[in-house]
Design a protein around this ligand. Structure first.
Ligand SMILES: NC(=O)c1ccc[n+]([C@@H]2O[C@H](COP(=O)([O-])OP(=O)(O)OC[C@H]3O[C@@H](n4cnc5c(N)ncnc54)[C@H](OP(=O)(O)O)[C@@H]3O)[C@@H](O)[C@H]2O)c1
Length: 256
């Protein structure tokens, strides 16, 4: 995710690559990011904090405590932190650093890698408007941005951030069935991708609800209704609700 964000930042031209520093505990990953994006590598978290006034925290939630412990000795209130971690609250970051630093909490997704991300963001009250606009513009370079209240930042993971995996699972199941029914995999994949894109575009029409769109495909006595019957029999909607709630619950656990 850090690599995708760095590529996005470099693409905006907001900061010259020479002003962007990266630190990863794994020197090979650090070097690879440095080479790929033409940015600088810091030797330590401390050096990175001393060189930068906007710091992206892009490690797994499980590594947050150790990273914040390493950040703390060099921190000052002028540094803006941008976290992309699932479940980690801004209060946790502020408390761990024992510093009233401004913090922006973001929840991006992997389509960011191809400039089609959907990122949700919230901020602490002390983030300056111009700094928030700057960070919004960095994420906008790799997709859409949506500002939320922090109270929604755990639940939104199930909506935009983990959800690409549910879509891929659905696509994989469709692909497997298509192949079992004699359609070549590459042909089926093209048809499925175009159908996903077209359906997403239809969902964006403000005058049509998902129910309207389902009705448009469902001729009485036709094929679609037969397929939908199977989904309803297997409680498809409840399954999705249960899965999304499990996702949110895990985010809450990671934040403890
Ligand atoms: N993947 C997604 O779809 C997605 C979406 C939204 C948000 N996020 C969030 O993005 C964050 C990063 O996820 P990711 O998938 O990019 O994880 P990742 O590929 O594991 O990247 C994290 C990197 O941080 C390194 N690291 C671990 N401990 C460190 C330390 N103490 N100091 C410096 N670097 C350290 C890791 O090295 P090692 O591999 O050697 O441990 C790894 O290279 C997570 O908090 C996740 O919740 C991910």
């Amino acid at each position: 995710m850090a690599g995708a964000i760095i590529n996005g930042i470099v693409a905006t031209g907001t900061f010259p690559a020479q002003q962007i520093y990266v630190f990863d505990i794994n020197p090979e990953k650090c070097e690879a990011l440095k080479q790929k994006a033409g940015i600088q590598a810091a030797d330590s978290i401390r050096q990175l904090i001393e060189k930068c006034n906007i710091v992206f925290l892009a490690v797994k939630p499980q590594n947050f405590a150790e990273v914040l412990t390493a950040v703390k000795p060099a921190v000052n209130e002028k540094i803006l932190f941008v976290s992309i971690a699932a479940g980690i609250s801004t209060q946790y970051i502020v408390r761990s650093l024992d510093c009233g630093c401004p913090v922006i909490r973001t929840m991006p997704n992997t389509p960011l890698l191809i400039g089609k991300g959907a990122t949700a963001l919230s901020r602490t009250a002390n983030v300056a408007d111009e700094d928030f606009q700057l960070v919004l513009s960095l994420f906008s370079a790799c997709g859409t941005v949506t500002v939320l209240d922090e109270s929604q930042m755990n639940a939104v993971i199930s909506v935009n951030s983990s959800s690409p995996a549910y879509i891929y699972l659905f696509a994989k199941a469709m692909l497997d069935s298509a192949v079992k029914q004699g359609i070549a995999a590459d042909t089926a994949l093209q048809l499925i991708c175009q159908t996903l894109e077209g359906s997403a575009e239809m969902l964006r029409q403000p005058e049509l609800t998902p129910d309207d769109l389902i009705k448009m495909v469902s001729s009485p006595g036709g094929t679609t209704l037969k397929a939908l019957d199977v989904f309803y029999e297997h409680h498809f909607e409840q399954t999705v609700d249960e899965a999304m709630r499990a996702c949110t619950k895990r985010a809450e656990e990671l934040g403890k």
